[in-house]
Design a protein around this ligand. Sequence first.
Ligand code: ZN
Length: 215
Amino acid sequence: MTSAPACPRCLGQLRPPDVRSDQWRCDVHAAVAPWREATTAPEEALRQLAGSAAVPVWVPTPMPVHWYVGGVGWAGDDRTGARATALATAGPSPVGGPADMLLVAESPGTGLGARFAGIAGPDPNQLDTLPEAKVEAAGHPTALWPVRSPPDRAAFVGEAGGVWLWVLLWPADAALLLLEHLVLADLGDQQTLTDRLTFGAPTDRLGTRMASSAA
Ligand SMILES: [Zn+2]
């Protein structure tokens, strides 16, 4: 089961394709890739996504200790395959207390990562000159630039697999996780990794309850 298709940029309701247009349309953002979230069976959704997405499906390998997958979502329709994927993970922050991390791969112009980052989007503004963090993505060292975002979170963006890679963390000081040499694998390349993931209670970072004010 998935949530109803919504705008990746504002979570607004969409008008489906019709005789005049083959695109899903948001009243505010016009033609968009419809965003859906798995509401049940995230393992199965992730498996299907890994086999069909047009962009990477990033997972930490290994997961940080005691972290788990709390949700999966994607933007795109059956014709094109997902042009954005989002994995929600959660676990203990390096500085104590609970933390959330979203990993997003998206084609430019989709606007999903910008919504999570709380910026207008659809793409990051001019990036500061020096990257502030680095992850390994599909075997490649990948620089991440900080994105100015609301103070409750830390947002970083870089490029991996030819598309944006967003890493978003709540609370902001959970960004210390990025100092622990985070290694990301693309489930599209390594579909058997899905079997090794731990799934836990659904988190609410992907959906409506945490909708940012970005429009
Ligand atoms: Zn919208």
